[in-house]
Design a binder for this molecule. Structure first.
Ligand SMILES: Cc1cc2nc3c(=O)[nH]c(=O)nc-3n(C[C@H](O)[C@H](O)[C@H](O)COP(=O)(O)OP(=O)(O)OC[C@H]3O[C@@H](n4cnc5c(N)ncnc54)[C@H](O)[C@@H]3O)c2cc1C
Length: 339
């Protein structure tokens, strides 16, 4: 088999890149070992427009979010499946200091936020008040990956890629019986936790755990956020998370992780809940918490797309489009995205 590009990994990075390359008439094959705890398979898929304790707009959000939403919408139209669930978020303050900070920043956040209604605040433990984030929601990332996989029919293979089997040939590479101009590694955190061509890159990946819980009779009209989040997914079920663990990169669930998330939940509501599912994955975070694309300095036919961090849903489609343009036309890589 002869293709233009071998893509390793069908997470948020590899999926968006494969779609962008196919749109540009390139031929691809995607190889994925279908790791159960890959970040994209466990991710909450949240788009949080005013993020973190600092309550800042995410990097390039005004540019990247509209492109991401139209990308998911197009796939919804093609597949007939609901992928992105637009939903406002009730962001609760953790103290009066945070509330004051928000009011100082309010002008900068115009267009992204509005006042919270008392009726909403009364449904949660919201002693310090809060505000509403507009323009967000959540991506059903499992369904999204299935939709892309279906669109890749005949161009997708379940297999474990090993760099040991990669042979450098004139004009490209070969791997097993496939020859290609280039192989693009979209391996998420495994690019750093396993030894490989890019594992020496500066990264600070973070494991995260998520619970799915049932909370009878809690209003499911909004995502709730305070030092963690609560996403309504229907039928009284919610996804709750996530913690950040910086040392342990095995991607396995832990009792300590579960306890931490249950504590976050108890801080938000006095209602009783039942844990239905518990999962974990590792976020691939690189310097500046931004995505990066590029080529290996000694093996230019081996490329890389990674570093989606905690914002893969928003950033992957635009970065994939930009990298696909570069791969197909040779256009310059944006310096801020360049390895
Ligand atoms: C707990 C948690 C919560 C998160 N919440 C959010 C959120 O709310 N919003 C948001 O935007 N982001 C969130 N993220 C981050 C987001 O999930 C990641 O940024 C994104 O999924 C990374 O995608 P990726 O394609 O780079 O990597 P991955 O999802 O890890 O995909 C890599 C793929 O490569 C395959 N692979 C790797 N090595 C090989 C190999 N050698 N051979 C074959 N296949 C291979 C794996 O099977 C996998 O499918 C969260 C992450 C975690 C862990």
């Amino acid at each position: 088999m002869n293709v233009d590009f071998i893509i390793v990994g069908q997470g948020l990075a590899g999926s968006a890149l494969a779609m962008a390359l196919i749109e540009r008439d390139a031929s691809v094959i995607v190889i994925d070992s279908e790791d159960e705890n890959s970040a994209s398979r466990v991710a909450a898929g949240l788009v949080t427009t005013v993020a973190g304790k600092g309550m800042n707009l995410s990097w390039r959000q005004a540019e990247y979010l509209p492109e991401a939403l139209s990308y998911y919408k197009k796939l919804e139209e093609i597949s007939g499946k609901k992928l992105f669930h637009p939903l406002e978020t009730l962001r609760l303050f953790d103290g009066d200091k945070q509330s004051a900070k928000f009011h100082n920043k309010r002008e900068q956040l115009a267009g992204w936020v509005r006042d919270a209604e008392i009726a909403d605040l009364e449904k949660w433990n919201a002693a310090h008040g809060g505000f509403i984030m507009k323009n967000g929601g959540w991506l059903d990332s499992k369904t999204y990956l299935q939709v892309v996989r279906k669109l890749l029919a005949g161009r997708y293979r379940v297999d474990a890629f090993s760099e040991k089997d990669l042979v450098y040939i004139e004009g490209g590479v070969s791997w097993k019986e496939i020859t290609a101009k280039r192989v693009i590694l979209c391996q998420g955190a495994r690019a750093f936790t396993e030894k490989g061509l890019f594992s020496s890159l500066n990264h600070r990946s973070a494991k995260g755990e998520i619970l799915t819980v049932k909370i009878p009779k809690a209003d499911q009209g909004k995502i709730i956020n305070r030092n963690g989040w609560l996403i309504p997914i229907g039928n009284e079920r919610w996804r709750v998370g996530a913690n950040y663990e910086w040392e342990d990169m095995d991607g396995k669930i832990t009792q300590a992780g579960r306890d931490e998330i249950e504590r976050k939940l108890r801080n938000l509501t006095d209602k009783s809940f039942e844990v239905i599912e518990h999962c974990a994955g590792v976020r691939p975070i690189m310097r500046k918490s931004q995505p990066y694309v590029g080529h290996h300095p000694h093996h230019p036919e081996v490329s890389f797309f990674n570093g989606l961090g905690s914002k893969g849903v928003t950033t992957a489609p635009s970065v994939a489009r930009h990298f696909a343009d570069h791969l197909v036309t040779g256009s310059q890589i944006d310096v801020d995205l360049s390895l």
